[in-house]
Design a binder for this molecule. Structure first.
Ligand code: APR
Length: 321
């Protein structure tokens, strides 16, 4: 069987880490694309030289030409500007919208059959714009946010209960931003819901509320510490998990930014974080879970925030209106 081809648009911190992980995991040959000349080529050469040590044969190339992504099975998009301290994800909107236009057109012309995972922020708006500009079917364009947000939530929950992360399963819905909705009701340690563990006296509602708040600002906490960029190891790992679900037809149920027309009572046709099943057909299903009133209200706040971003996008680029 021919090797799969993974194209990474954006060869910055996340792009480089994605390439490293994809090579180590043997997902296929890798093309790193960037607008900056030399960066994708340099990173590709450096990464290729891991091969003899790690024992992988993946062909890793760097490029400034969209023609080189032709035939890609999976494309992961991190092109754009990352958040700087004091900048909200939404400040990035204008700059990254233009980048999505170029990337969407590049994908449309060269790799229209790919499964596309968008990571560029502000995520819910950028994945929607990328889908619009690329013209790919909605099930083949998805945003990576929930896997990362729930990984952050799970990390904090494992620390709180002093248990293995392997036994923790948490759920996050809504937009990737300050309005995201970590759902405590569906978060468990080996199947035991967190509210039951609170009842057992293993934690308190106040402590879990603080964890929810920390999860919501999880990206900002890292930006504040790094000062010169935003998180990249966990975002890259999360993107790779989604790529594997598609390449290996794993039918994983993951929280992702998906096109939710008609689901969750939303008719507006927007992208927002919901549980989806990812397999060989991309987003194969959106799973509608029952939400309590608080989670429902929080999801609506999140959806309203995403809608505002879409209005702003349409104001900036009239071809989206
Ligand atoms: N086409 C391709 N690549 C581009 C373009 C473009 N039009 N514009 C910028 N880039 C490249 C930059 O040259 C840079 O190499 O995108 C890369 C972005 O890398 P970093 O600045 O290191 O950012 P990173 O940490 O990888 O995050 C990328 O993901 O999580 C989000 O908020 C984050 O939007 C940001 C994105």
């Amino acid at each position: 069987m021919a090797r799969k081809k993974i194209a990474l648009i954006g060869a910055g911190n996340i792009g480089g880490t994605l390439a490293h992980l994809a090579a180590l995991k043997g997902l296929g040959d890798i093309v790193l694309f960037d607008v900056v000349e030399g960066v994708p080529q340099g990173k590709a050469l450096d990464l290729s030289q891991c091969g003899p040590v790690e024992g992988f044969d993946a062909k890793i190339t760097g490029s400034n030409d969209y023609a080189d992504i032709a035939g890609a099975d999976v494309i992961i998009v991190t092109a754009g500007v990352a958040r700087k301290p004091g900048m909200s994800r939404d400040d990035l909107l204008g700059i990254n919208l233009k980048v999505m236009k170029a990337v969407g057109e590049g994908i449309k012309a060269n790799a229209p059959d790919a499964f596309v995972i968008c990571i560029t922020n502000p995520l819910d708006a950028m994945v929607w714009a990328l889908r619009e500009f690329s013209g790919l079917p909605h099930n083949k364009v998805v945003g990576m946010a929930g896997v990362l947000d729930s990984a952050r939530f799970s990390h904090f929950i494992a620390e709180e209960f002093d248990v293995s992360v392997k036994d923790v399963n948490t759920f996050v819905l809504g937009g990737h931003g300050d309005t995201m909705v970590p759902v405590v009701q569906y978060s468990t340690v080996s199947g035991i819901p967190v509210p039951d563990l609170i009842e057992q006296g293993r934690s308190t509602k106040e402590r879990i509320d603080a964890i929810v708040a920390r999860t919501r600002s999880g990206g900002g906490e890292i930006v504040g510490l790094l000062k010169t960029g935003s998180a990249y190891y966990a975002p890259a790992t999360s993107g790779i998990a989604m790529a594997e679900a598609y390449l290996y037809d794993q039918k994983r149920l993951l929280p992702c930014a998906a096109f939710v027309e008609g689901k969750y009572g939303l008719d507006e046709g927007l992208y927002v974080g919901v549980p989806v099943i990812i397999g060989k057909d991309g987003v194969e299903q959106i799973v509608e879970i029952k939400l309590d009133d608080e989670a429902k209200a929080n999801l609506q706040v999140s959806v309203d925030a995403v809608k505002e971003l879409l209005v702003a996008c349409k104001g900036i680029d009239s071809s989206l209106a």
